[in-house]
Design a protein around this ligand. Structure first.
Ligand SMILES: Nc1ncnc2c1ncn2[C@@H]1O[C@H](COP(=O)(O)OP(=O)(O)O)[C@@H](O)[C@H]1O
Ligand SMILES: [Mg+2]
Length: 645
């Protein structure tokens, strides 16, 4: 039981999104103020000062506003100190035996007015300060978020292979949130806290230095007690976060995999495992909430003790050394004011560190290396596009007219070092030719297409288009001229029409329909509730797998790219529909250099050349007839002597 728990926690806490869903946490373990996240596991980044600098570079674009906020913070802090300073002469005047009643009332009213004005100024400035600071920090967060998303769109495919979706998602959610929180509150708190501490210290010492020393002596006790509760709370809080991550991760997986769970009748097991995780979460939450919750009362109690000691010592000083009542009253106020920021700052240290660690993770994504920025890259143009260029642009040797002559020369590649997936691949396709790849699953067919459009870069050999190394071609331009129907289809939320138009954004409605007809998708689209305006939900959950593929083919058909890659484009379509599409597919391939990967060999019978791929190597090549005559692997596959697995 115990080990199963550890196993589940380990498995799911890493991928789970550790974001706390609002209601689940209750008031939060921070206790006091409820604004900060409370004592969280103290995580320190490796490069804290660098992260601070970078976060500041995002705020510093609002430099004037920031200065204004600091000014407001100073005014509001000074006014809260000044208010109690005025109290002293007022109280002393009240207890003074030498002043008349009317003088006392006069002084009292005057004092109240002055204090009111000072506090009012404090309220107004802190209102403004809060408002402006939130604006600044949200602006900064927006800039970081946009930069991060921009980067995400440009990261090489390889990056996504080694980082889970959950991981990337949490850069946008958890990490950005914690940075935002730090900017919203913590910074200003820290700043006002320091001013308050310094200001109060000065006021305390000028009011009465003996009492000031008494207050300072009590501080280490408070810090120690706070630290003890804090470390307990941190421990359980960390456990709670881990368990929460696991619970979320588990739910996520079971929701997305619900059908598989049902098919294999794993409901009971799923529930059992969930109960283990859920129980772990409850146990940690109880403790985390408890220690988080008593933090405030403990600190309060301690500050009451310190308050009492101050009162007693102050009273004695009044009696023996002529310390004034007004002085004592304001002093007790100071001592309270003093304790507050000390507590606050010590609690915010956690927020700051976790925010900086978050910032560091965000910046790490932003700093992922991008390829060949420095190189002068070539841009491809089809005949139609090229004709539209100005004479000047045509003269630029980096703008090239392409025909779609693709060649792979002695290409060797592995996704990871020392595990070669492709070995010495030589393939060429002249403009308009069709080349097919056949072979078992895992032979490396998809990989070849991933290399042509440069999802990955090759280790050895060369891939050229019209004689130009693909490494010298601008990636966008390269991919813009290769229409692809990927093996894993993906549809975006939006209408059918929008999804087809994704292949070429300036396509007209007529062109969308024409493409759909080419892909034999028109008739089923017509039967949908709203035809071309039907909204596609959740990656096409309301369509069949085959229908999704047809939309993907339509998407490729609408593009005018001179090169085309079809990766098992019709694997989920029934044979009858496939026959039906064949005509359209032929039109689609017509005039385009095409690489087609097909599961059903019958569909590639007419291509110019068939490559039989096994374990990353081309073991046979030729036309359908040639390969049949050879009576080799292809013959076996075609006649059914060997099954294509
Ligand atoms: N993103 C990836 N990272 C690491 N290995 C991969 C990746 N994609 C595919 N592979 C491996 O490369 C080999 C060839 O895969 P693939 O080209 O998809 O085969 P096919 O399309 O012929 O079925 C397989 O052994 C597979 O495990
Ligand atoms: Mg494949």
């Amino acid at each position: 039981m115990e080990s199963r728990k550890e196993l589940l926690l380990k498995k799911y806490s890493e991928n789970g999104n550790t974001k706390m869903p609002g209601g689940m946490m209750g008031p939060g373990p921070g206790g006091r103020g409820g604004k900060n996240r409370g004592p969280m596991k103290l995580e320190k980044g490796k490069n804290t000062s660098q992260s601070i600098k970078r976060v500041f570079s995002y705020i510093s674009q609002d430099k004037m506003k920031l200065l204004f906020v600091l000014l407001c913070a100073i005014i509001s802090t000074v006014s809260s100190l000044g208010g109690s300073y005025v109290l002293r002469p007022v109280i002393n005047n009240l207890v003074d035996k030498n002043t008349t009643k009317s003088e006392k009332v006069e002084m009292l009213i005057l004092g109240l007015i002055v204090m009111g004005a000072i506090y009012m100024a404090g309220v107004v400035t802190s209102y403004i300060q809060q408002k402006v600071m939130i604006k600044i920090s949200q602006n900064a967060i927006q800039r970081i978020r946009n930069d991060l998303f921009d980067k995400l769109q440009r990261l090489p495919v390889k990056y996504h292979d080694t980082h889970t979706h959950g991981e990337l998602m949490s850069r946008f959610t958890n990490d950005l949130d914690s940075v935002g929180e730090m900017l919203n509150n913590t910074l200003v708190h820290l700043f006002t806290g320091v001013i308050t501490i310094i200001g109060t210290l000065i006021l305390m010492f000028t009011t009465n230095w003996i009492l000031a020393i008494v207050v300072i002596i009590t501080i280490p006790f408070m810090t120690l007690a706070g630290g003890a509760v804090g470390s307990k709370s941190r421990k359980y809080y960390g456990g709670q976060q881990r368990a929460l991550g696991a619970v979320n991760g588990y739910i996520e997986e079971m929701v997305t995999g619900q059908k598989v769970v049902k098919v294999f009748c794993h409901e009971d097991e799923a529930v059992r495992d969930f109960e283990i995780l859920s129980d772990e979460l409850r146990a940690n939450q109880v403790n985390a909430q408890f220690f988080g919750g008593i933090m405030g009362p403990v600190m309060n109690g301690l500050s009451q003790i310190s308050y009492t000691i101050t009162g007693v010592v102050g009273g004695i000083l009044c009696l023996t050394r002529g310390f004034d009542i007004g002085g004592l009253t304001v002093f007790t106020q100071y001592s309270k004011q003093f304790a507050r920021p000390v507590n606050e700052i010590s609690m915010q240290v956690n927020t700051i560190f976790s925010a900086l660690a978050g910032a560091e993770r965000v910046f790490a994504v932003m700093d992922e290396p991008m390829e060949d920025k420095h190189k002068q890259l070539k841009k491809l143009y089809t005949k139609e596009e090229y004709d539209k260029l100005s004479e000047n642009e045509k003269a630029d040797e980096n703008n090239v007219l392409i025909h779609g002559d693709v060649e792979l020369k002695n290409v060797t590649f592995g996704y990871v070092p020392d595990k070669k997936v492709l070995k010495n691949i030589d393939v060429f396709a002249r403009p308009g030719q069709q080349v097919a790849f056949v072979g078992s699953t895992g032979a490396g067919k998809t990989t070849i297409t991933n290399l042509i459009n440069r999802f990955y870069d090759i280790d050895e050999g060369q891939i050229t288009i019209d004689g130009i190394d693909v490494k010298d071609i601008d990636k966008d331009s390269l991919r813009g001229h290769i229409a692809m129907v990927l093996q894993d289809t993906h549809l975006f939320t939006g209408t059918v029409r929008e999804n087809i138009r994704y292949g070429r954004l300036d396509a007209t409605d007529e062109e969308v329909e024409a493409a759909a007809k080419t892909a034999s998708a028109h008739s089923f689209i017509k039967r949908l509730a709203n035809g071309y305006d039907t909204i596609i939900e959740g990656d096409g959950a309301n369509l069949s797998q085959g229908q999704r593929q047809l939309l993907n083919i339509a998407r490729a058909a609408i593009s005018k790219a001179p090169m085309l890659i079809l990766d098992e484009a019709t694997s989920s379509v029934d044979t009858r529909t496939e026959k039906h599409i064949q005509h359209g597919m032929n039109r689609l391939m017509n005039d385009r250099t095409t690489f087609v990967i097909a599961h059903r060999l019958s569909t590639v019978r007419n291509v110019d050349c068939i490559m039989v791929l096994e374990q990353g190597e081309i073991i046979e090549r030729g036309t359908h007839d040639e390969l049949l005559l050879k009576k080799g692997r292809y013959y076996q596959l075609y006649t059914g002597a060997v099954e294509l697995d």
